[in-house]
Structure formats: C-alpha cells, structure tokens
Design a protein around this ligand. Sequence first.
Ligand code: G3D
Ligand code: MG
Length: 174
Amino acid sequence: MLTGEAKPIKIVLCGEGGVGKTSIAHRFTKGVFYEVMKITVGIEHFTKVLEVNGKHVNLVLWDLGGEERFRFLAPVFLRGARGGVFVFDVTREDTFLKIDEWYSIYRKYVGNAPAVLVGNKIDLEEFRVIFREHAEDYAKSRGFIGYYEVSAKNNLNIEKPFIELVKHIISEET
Ligand code: G3D
Ligand code: MG
C-alpha cells in the first residue's frame, strides 16, 4: 500500500461554474464520471496519493462552488495552496476570459506557487471556440507551467496536469 507524506499538498481548482472542476476531481481521484453532476456547495475536498519521481505525495484537491461567493471565500480557499489548476471549457469563451481574474486573485494570495491551465470538454470538438494555440500562448504569457487539454467525460489526459504540477512543486522542495 502507498503511504502518503506526513504533510499533504494542497491544490486548488479554480474556474467558472460549469467548466467541469468537480467532474475532473471525481475522475482524477475516483476514476468515475457522473452524467448528472450536483452543483458544488461551499468547499469540497478530494484526496489522492500519487507516486511522482519515486516519492509518495498526498494530494488534497480543494474544489469551490458558487462563483459569486468566491471573493468572500478566496482567502480561506487559497491560503496554503501549493499549486493551482485553472479550468475553462473549450466550448465557452467567457470561461476562458474569466481565467485571468481567478489567476490575479490566486497570485495575490499564494505568491509564486505554480499553476497549470486546463481546457476541459475536448470531447465536444465540434463546439470548440478556444483553440489550443491561443490557450497555449495565453498560458505562456501569464507564467502557467503548462497548458493541457482534457475531457473528464471521456477520461482523456486527466492525470497529466496534476502530475506536472506536483513534479514542479516537489522540484522546488529539494
Ligand atoms: P464545475 O464543478 O466546474 O461547476 P461540473 O462543473 O463538474 O459540475 O460540470 C458541469 C457540467 O459539465 C456537468 O453537466 C458535467 O457533466 C459536464 N462536464 C464535465 N466535464 C465534462 C467533459 O469533459 N465533457 C462534457 N461533454 N461534459 C462535461 P450537467 O449536465 O450535469 O450540468
Ligand atoms: Mg463544482
């Protein structure tokens, strides 16, 4: 059995309502996808033990519901975060444009902690409005460590952004 490190690593999921944050968290930590997803109320936690570079790390994902309440909850939600996963929906431009606002708040509270940008719902390719190159350029310009395209529904590429983020966090520890 894998055992986690004594100190868990807090990762926050950021992004507008409906982009698939909770679905990604379920898929990543439990390997499941629910067709009908309950709206997240308040803060939910998901845990997973990962093995990265031969080290066991205990991840705690923090997931927030109700985007309107975010500003009031931001300090509690973001305090102590070691990394951020910023999610938008590739079929909704407004969710991409909102990333910048989340990112600024994140920087304000967590300083230099690394962040990854994630474009979800790539199974809906025919409805896509945000293309890879555009998101990649944005991610580079804002200092994200990478941009990843995923589908929680079809289980595409879900682990990659978390693993890259954790590798980065660990490399800074040593
Ligand atoms: P949130 O936590 O960011 O608010 P949710 O988002 O995880 O609650 O997901 C919002 C809706 O998007 C849900 O549908 C969910 O099933 C859907 N969804 C999540 N990920 C994907 C994906 O990769 N592809 C597709 N096609 N849909 C996805 P409902 O219908 O319950 O609102
Ligand atoms: Mg949610």
